[in-house]
Design a protein around this ligand. Structure first.
Ligand SMILES: [Zn+2]
Length: 434
């Protein structure tokens, strides 16, 4: 059957329960009509706020049930207009119980949230869908983004689907598959000779100069609102249970803070009565957020002063391009989420991340890109260190498909046996096994 969008959130105006913005650093608030991106007081990142009493009243029997996409969570999305122009299914991805993977690590309840099954094959589509919703609400025709790869291919994909023009700034070193996706979708791709951080600054300056709607993560507050729907879906697919832990690979920190916000929303509207820990996994070669969390936890200050906290800057060099970040643009929000949720902040070697690709793929049938394999690598480390007990209910977020970066996967998956086209040649291959 053809995919059909739900009419209740796709046509005409919807009841918007967003009531403003609050700064992650100084807590200054702005009204819902505010049309900037950063806190006008301190230039900190903004969090979108809701009238949760009104949400609870408007929810009726709960979220829309069908079809399975993120716009069924419209009561907790900051969009004025319905998404009649939104033809692709974003979100509604499966949550899999993974017994063999769980057993291999000695825990009982492990689930994978397979967000590789979004339109452009990464979780970033959730962010792009809601950011494009905002762009449509505000009448923007050109959307821009700085990206290590996935956010760019995602924005290009969804801009193509909604007939917007996408301009993508990527480091020239971005994986070929992600660049190819962007180009196939017709985006204007600017491959910057520099790092992601250089691409980010350039996208910001160009978007201001040309008046483009800048979807860049850690700048545009609407990306978090899309990604948080991942938590709503996990909650629904667990039948209303709250996991003990959600393990998230982390670069600039936006996804982790969004996963936390999703659970906080559910608690604020009275659907759950406790919150999970959110565990952060970073590469040792790009560990700005984990190092900041360690610094806070090893210090003597009982309370963190968020308005003065400086998130560390590092020189990132990890093979996991999606989480390779010198300066985490949503670092404060992520550090806050880890501290407030009581989560771990672990770092893993790139070799462990790469080994986790076939490790996960061969036990589950899900092929993750390096960043999407990192939660599994981090979880194994937490189990070894006994910071997780065997009966905890754990969810790992699988944030992007392995097909997006085959070059790194090829280094750890082995080589095919090249043979002559004869049965004899096949026999020779299997002789040691028979
Ligand atoms: Zn502020």
């Amino acid at each position: 059957m053809a995919y059909t969008a739900p009419t209740s959130c796709r046509e005409g105006h919807q009841q918007m329960n967003m009531n403003g913005y609050r700064c992650f650093a100084c807590s200054a608030t702005q009204a819902a009509e505010f049309d900037g991106f950063l806190c006008p007081v301190c230039a900190g990142n903004l969090d979108i706020t809701y009238d949760y009493d009104q949400v609870a009243k408007n929810m009726g029997d709960g979220f829309l049930q069908s079809p399975r996409d993120l716009f069924r969570f419209a009561t907790l999305l900051p969009l004025k207009q319905a998404r009649s122009a939104f033809p692709l299914r974003v979100g509604g991805t499966p949550l899999y119980a993974t017994r063999r993977l769980a057993e291999s690590a000695g825990i009982r309840n492990l689930y994978l949230k397979d967000d590789t099954l979004n339109p452009s094959a990464s979780l970033k589509d959730r962010a792009s869908a809601v950011a494009i919703g905002r762009a449509l609400d505000t009448g923007a025709e050109v959307v821009s983004v700085a990206s290590t790869g996935n956010a760019g291919s995602s924005l290009a994909c969804l801009a193509a689907a909604t007939n917007l023009t996408a301009v993508v700034f990527v480091p020239a070193s971005a994986p070929l598959a992600k660049l190819t996706q962007m180009l196939a979708f017709g985006a204007r791709v600017l491959a910057v000779r520099g790092s992601y951080d250089d691409a980010f600054d350039l996208c910001l300056a160009a978007s201001e100069e040309f008046g483009w709607f800048n979807r860049s993560t850690g700048y545009n507050a609407f990306t978090r609102e899309g990604k948080k729907t991942c938590s709503y879906e996990i909650w629904q697919d667990l039948g209303g249970r709250v996991p003990d832990r959600v393990v998230v690979s982390t670069g600039d920190g936006n996804t982790l803070s969004a996963i936390w916000k999703g659970w906080c929303d559910l608690k604020a509207v009275g659907l759950i009565d406790r919150l999970p820990r959110i565990d952060c996994v970073q590469s040792e070669s790009s560990a700005a957020i984990s190092e900041t969390v360690d610094q806070i936890r090893s210090g003597d200050e009982p309370e963190v002063n968020w308005s003065t906290l400086e998130v560390r800057e590092v020189k990132a060099s990890t093979v996991a391009d999606s989480i390779s970040v010198n300066r985490p643009r949503d670092g404060l929000a992520a550090v806050k989420a880890i501290i407030q949720s009581g989560g771990e902040a672990v770092t893993v070697a790139d070799e462990e991340i790469l080994a986790a690709i076939p490790g996960m793929a061969r036990a589950t049938g899900i092929f993750p890109e390096p960043a999407a394999a990192a939660p599994w690598a981090g979880l194994k480390q937490m189990i070894l260190k006994q910071s997780i007990t065997s009966d905890e209910l754990v969810v790992c977020i699988v944030s992007g498909s392995g097909l997006k970066d085959i070059a790194n996967a090829r280094t750890v998956v082995g080589e095919p046996l090249v043979i002559e086209p004869s049965l004899e040649a096949v026999r020779e291959c299997f002789a040691p096994l028979s």
